[in-house]
Design a protein around this ligand. Structure first.
Ligand code: SF4
Length: 275
């Protein structure tokens, strides 16, 4: 049964990553650095499907990836982390995905016992009382569910772009995700600008999150995301009450291209430990 189920784990997620395994990642990153996003997606689908899935959280970048990948392979898999604190518009968007592309988004949920324990101890809106508590919430609702999901995959695709925030400045288009068992992490839009993303959305009439029409420039959990003012950075509306933090929840910032510092280390170095 497990042999034929594409969602069944293939390998232990904590397996060590060997140097030989890292070589192909470097080569792929170099090969696709100046390629179109579609070329990287096509290679990724050929190489990893059905052990590959796109991570989508409602952002416009994820929607571009879904549209592109669907044109290459209508069976492409998409997953999302349902934290239990998502805005209702996010669920409407995933209904749009189902209708437009015929893709049933795979929802991954937090462990209910862990959520109940944290909320009963610290309250439902603990995130506003300190970065440690906010990260505890992100860990239970996002990081751990993601770890469970990625333990079933050999590659995942994210809509990260280098211009979004300092913690994303150094991402490669092909990375080795050492935090998740050494699977491949692909960032086909790494060198895209926000204007480029919206041009694609309008040109291909890609469905997008309703909150983008209400001043939002990034989509996350309802209590932790708000609209931004004109001129503010794209991720300024995420955890807006925090200052001098990486504006990350821990699902992306530890990823490391083999032989280099992780993004977290780079940020710490560049800010003298200020994050
Ligand atoms: S973004 Fe906010 S609500 Fe969502 S998991 Fe993190 S702290 Fe919790």
């Amino acid at each position: 049964m497990a042999d034929t189920d594409p969602r069944a784990p293939w390998h232990e997620p904590a397996m060590p990553v060997l140097d030989e395994e890292a070589v192909w990642v470097h080569e792929a990153a170099e090969r696709f650095e100046h390629s179109r996003a579609e070329a990287l997606l096509e290679w990724a689908l050929d190489s990893f499907h059905p052990k590959l899935a796109i991570s989508a959280a409602g952002g416009v970048d994820g929607m571009v990836l879904i549209d592109m990948a669907w044109r290459l392979n209508p069976d492409v898999r998409v997953f999302t982390l349902d934290t239990g604190r998502l805005p209702p518009e996010t669920y409407s968007l995933f209904e749009d995905v189902r209708e437009r592309y015929g893709i049933a988004v795979e929802f991954e949920y937090p462990d209910t016992t862990s959520v109940a324990s944290l909320v009963n101890r610290e309250g439902p809106n603990l995130m506003y009382r300190g970065v440690d508590l906010r990260l505890a919430c992100c860990t239970v609702r996002k990081v751990e569910p993601l770890r469970r999901k990625l333990a079933t995959l050999d590659a995942w695709v994210a809509g990260l772009r280098r211009e979004q925030w300092a913690s994303r400045r150094n991402i490669a288009k092909v990375e080795l995700d050492r935090d998740h068992g050494g699977i491949a992490k692909l960032n086909p839009l790494a060198d895209w600008t926000l204007d480029h993303v919206w041009d694609y959305v309008h040109h291909h009439e890609v469905p997008y999150h309703e909150l983008f029409d209400h001043g939002y420039t990034s989509i996350g959990c309802a209590p932790c995301t708000r609209p931004v003012q004109p001129g503010e950075p794209e991720r300024a509306g995420r955890w807006w009450w925090e200052h001098d933090t990486a504006k990350e929840c821990g699902i992306h910032c530890s990823v490391e291209l083999a032989g280099t510092k992780s993004d977290r280390e780079k940020v710490e170095t560049s800010t003298e430990g200020g994050a």
